[in-house]
Design a binder for this molecule. Structure first.
Ligand code: SF4
Length: 380
């Protein structure tokens, strides 16, 4: 009997309680009624993929956004039931939800756990109120502490915190204090991102008008380096450019992306990769609704990934991982040798000490981690 490879599932919830200043994700302010209506549309979209997915077991689910933790507990139980009825969810599947501190209460956490969710990713960002204000965040460190404590009481152990360095006004001391705070809570996973100024965001406008000054590359670089040093000392594995975990707690869903594997993505503006095709859903609520009501897949663009792009994607996604790219796995997947295909690029990067060969793997060097964008662009 043919064995079908497991796949991941991403579900986009585009609603937030308010818009953060640095956010360029597809999200808008929404209330409970809008969210409930949206879930009914998601149910239709799930139904449309039912046959296509019947032979693909689901190994991970990620509810991202937006703020999925705005979904009320009963509705989350219902949504997970819809997913289980339509798809073949593996018993050991990782099921993650993104949450904002302050939006979860004990009842909701209980319902989420009952629904089968087993991983929570909290958007903490910083523990200093003035820095949270610059980012436009509505919570504080105390709310985060309370929610992690309650989540643990409900049996959630696989917990991540997103934290941000490079915030205007942030000093090294602030950043170290934030790291100290999250590590003292023994969280098994941390995502540590550098702040970016995307055009169209409020923080970009604040910078343009001179209201805030970016921190400067040197200090940001020092913060990045200090993060690696401290977290490694505390037993975290720096397994991807921005991600750290205690052994056994890597985010399996995100590994799907970095290993260039396929995933189904549902919801407004969701991007998926299925049967060799990358697709993007429509990003307007009214288009999403009207297409689903007409039983049309709410897809805006579809593109078959060429062999040329496919091998490049495997390189620039895989090099983000500290374990790098396995030459054997690359050969098995693409039926070609990575060293042969990218001989010139790899030789140059080795000469510049940005990548190195570790047995049967190609990996970023420490210098390569500092200049990751420069390396990855060679395969874009
Ligand atoms: S909560 Fe997340 S998705 Fe929503 S506005 Fe803030 S950063 Fe964007």
């Amino acid at each position: 009997m043919k064995q079908y490879s497991p796949i991941s599932l991403y579900i986009h919830i585009p609603y937030c309680a308010s818009k953060c200043h640095y956010c360029d994700f597809v999200s808008c302010v929404g209330n409970e009624t809008e969210i409930k209506q949206y879930l009914l549309l998601l149910e239709k979209e799930i139904g449309m993929y039912r046959n296509l997915m019947k032979n693909r077991p689901i190994k991970t689910i990620f509810f991202g956004g937006g703020t999925p933790s705005l979904i009320p507990g009963q509705e989350m139980m219902w949504l997970m039931k819809v997913i289980r009825n339509a798809f073949n969810l593996m018993p050991e599947a990782e099921v993650s939800v993104e949450a904002n501190p302050g939006q979860m209460n004990q009842r909701k956490l209980h319902a989420y756990r009952e629904s089968g969710i087993n991983r929570i990713s909290f958007g903490l960002q910083a523990i200093q109120d003035p820095l949270l204000n610059i980012l436009g965040r509505k919570h504080n460190a105390e709310a985060f502490y309370q929610q992690v404590t309650k989540a643990r009481q409900e049996g959630f152990w696989d917990i991540n915190a997103d934290i941000i360095f490079g915030i205007p006004g942030q000093e090294m001391e602030d950043w170290l204090e934030t790291i100290q705070y999250v590590t003292s809570m023994e969280l098994p996973h941390l995502s540590c991102y550098g702040l970016t100024y995307e055009e169209g965001t409020r923080i970009f406008e604040m910078m343009k008008s001179g209201f805030i000054d970016p921190l400067g590359e040197d200090l940001e670089w020092l913060m990045f380096r200090k993060t690696i040093e401290i977290l490694q000392e505390k037993g975290y594995v720096h397994y991807e450019i921005s991600n750290y975990s205690k052994p056994g707690y890597q985010c399996r869903h995100n590994l799907t992306y970095w290993k260039n594997e396929e995933y189904l993505a549902l919801g407004i503006a969701a991007h998926g990769y299925l049967n060799g095709i990358r697709y993007e859903n429509v990003d307007k609520a009214k288009d999403y609704e009207s297409m689903l009501k007409q039983k049309i897949y709410p897809v805006f663009t579809r593109e078959r990934v060429s062999d040329d792009d496919w091998v490049k994607e495997t390189m620039f996604l895989g090099l983000r991982l500290r374990e790098g790219i396995s030459l054997k796995e690359f050969k098995k997947k693409h039926n070609q040798s990575c060293l042969h295909l990218f001989e010139k690029e790899i030789q140059e990067l080795i000469q510049q000490k940005l990548v190195w060969r570790d047995g049967e793997r190609i990996k970023l060097t420490e210098k390569g981690f500092d200049l990751a964008n420069q390396v990855l662009v060679c395969f874009a």
